[in-house]
Ligand binder design. Sequence first.
Ligand code: COI
Length: 357
Amino acid sequence: MTTDTNFKITEASSSRIDNVDLNKPGFGLEFADHMLEMEYRDEKWQQPEIKPYGSIEVTPALNVLHYAQSVFEGTKAYHVDENTINLFRVEKNYERMVRSCERMCIPKVDREVFLEGIKELIKLDHKWVPQNNRNSLYIRPFACAFDPIISARVAEKYRFYIITSPVGSYYDRPVKLTTTQQYVRAVKGGVGAAKTAGNYASSFYPAQQAKKQGFDQVLWLDAEEHKYVEEVGTMNIFFVIDGVLVTPDLRGTILPGVTRDSVIQLAKHWDMPVEERRISIDEVMQAGKDGRLDEVFGAGTAAVVAPVEEVHHDGQSVTFDIDGRGPVGEKFYDAITDIQYGQAEDPFGWITPVDVS
Ligand code: COI
């Protein structure tokens, strides 16, 4: 497969940046001036194009709209100073996207196009990277089927896009989680580990039911026994039990989060006891009852490190009287964001600085 990484670039004639409040951007509401677009046809990816952000025209028969053969990624760009924007572990997003593509039968995008495409967009739209309040520019690469055909089969045409959006916190307050015995997110042999559209679509109804009961999200349990904690869907989950950091191990049903991996690496670096293992919801609730559950937090690119205020299961709740992150979550949040914004050493080589001078 040959891929031409020689981007064709068409710059926007004017910028929309003055219409956006980068100090209060919300999440995924506004999009920067440029996007990357690349077509797959005749069995190869064509020349990638960077052009003004805008609508795309599609036929109602477009197969991705019907069968969701699509994958996406999420990473962020962080303002360091007027000449430097940092990217964080973006190679890991590329590798995950390749695995998602394989699972969803989508031809893999070339590494150079993915990584250089992000850098080119950041250079063009660096003014869209917020400077304050730990806001950032969210980067959303995605690839999807693009055949104008409603037969249910692997597509022959695809599109790859990268769009970017200034964002603030995904959750602006501690979250309340509930388990459900009725619904599941992912099954063994399914697509739980892939970042693919259907995983999110199928979680909306149970999340809507949870919201009606006053919760923010579902804390998913395994599909076989409805017993072991998996993840939240919008983020991975961590428990601090008697000072030990515990998170479900990856068994093919959980998204291998980049922030999850960063939290685990940091914990090991600090000699903090960390266990990646099966953890039953009964163990969590019992630790809560015994006063041994110090903290619960989620971790994800969008969520960063998000404190959990309540875990509800089978009519019982463990609650935390908090209005922000607990001390352990805060330590991870500070360490990760300090590295991201270039305010701390990067002993792990996680940062790729982009020179935007
Ligand atoms: C991310 O954290 O990047 C995600 O894709 C989660 C999504 C719910 C915004």
